[in-house]
Ligand binder design. Sequence first.
Ligand SMILES: [Zn+2]
Length: 456
Amino acid sequence: MRKVLLFVLPLFILIPIAMLMGCSSAPTIELPTPVSIIGQATPIVVHVTNPRGIRSVSATVEQNGASYPVWKMEQPSKTKEAVWSFTAGVKTTPQLKDGKAKLIVEATSNDLLHKSARVERDVTIVTQPPSISVDSEQHYLYIGMADAATFSVTGAYTAAGVRVGDQSYRAWPMPSGKPGLFSLFAFAWNMPQGTIPLVFASNGAGNDVTSPITVIFPKKEQPHYTVHDLQVSDAFMQKVVGELDPNGSGDMVTRFVRINNEMRKSNNKTLSDLRFKTADHFLFTQPFQRQSHSQAEATFADLRNYIYQGKKIDQQVHLGYDLAVTQHVGVEASNDGRIVWAAPLGIYGNCVVVDHGYGLQTIYGHMSHIDVHEGDMVKRGQIMGQSGMTGMAGGDHIHFAMQLDGVQIDPKEWWDPHWIQDHITRRLDVGMAPAPEVAAAPAKRHAHRAGSKRRR
Ligand SMILES: [Zn+2]
């Protein structure tokens, strides 16, 4: 009998422990935002999950054999999942020195066995913010215009570039391989006058610095963009609504205005997001060229009032050039580059976007036919398809636009070899071949262009 007890008793103890062990599990710790640098007060986010609840979470920084607690949560909770954010850095732990360190996060489960987990990250302590030195160029800017700024950043940084208002333009290493950085930046058509572009550098550790760029705005008023009243006929409205919103609800005017606003906004967002599909070098070696023999029927930032039956139903800003030649003319690539979009895009109809590197892209809209594919390399002047009137177009033309880091800009400087030489190639120290002879626009245009005076 005693023998049996001796054998059975341990089971009474061991089985529940084994059961407990089976039910208990260590928490899972994640740091959703990567941490590589800790500065003055670096935000850190910790995500902990455990089906048994979480008993405690703590963070420490280890450096040169010393361990500094930086944050602690100790309110046992049955919650299976929680996110905490806190800051770590020199502000609260002044003992930290510039150099390597380890960030350690530990968490314990809220059950009897208190199983724990631990994650470690190698970090660099950076006590000083980066510093910026900006070129001494004078930058002439007006609405819709782009320019290049060169600068250098000393000290550790994770992001740098030029900020104009709420828009940010990336920094790139100098193409010549010389030390330093540059950004192509723009003063967007809707940027409040007097906004000063700033070079910024951030080490992602709460140490951000900015330095203003010397900018000269025209003394006079900014150029006053032309205002056009655009008569919307029933035929045009039906064409646009039938093509872009065939199954929509509401009356024609409501649907037209919705396309002109919501679809325009969404299409522009799609265009803007193409900035991430850009080469880290210039793909072109010559100035941009304008569609041969074309007549501009609308220019950048024209303000359009949409008039229907004598009433203004909408107003939009036109962010490109409407270039007309003849019907179904071959659409020429403005410069060498890579196709990053070749598909229908709402109000832009059949649309092609060419990337030229460093966030600089050209856009071609309303095409009747596209002959290129995403990923294709195109040469300056190469025919990419035929012009047409797909999307929100009342007549055959090419909607030509340009964007820089997702912000639509005025293409006209980029068509000017002297401007490119002065503002881009000289500053960035890149070789650029002079513009070859470009066919001049004919004095008299062909009369039978598109058979319509309406272009959008
Ligand atoms: Zn247009």
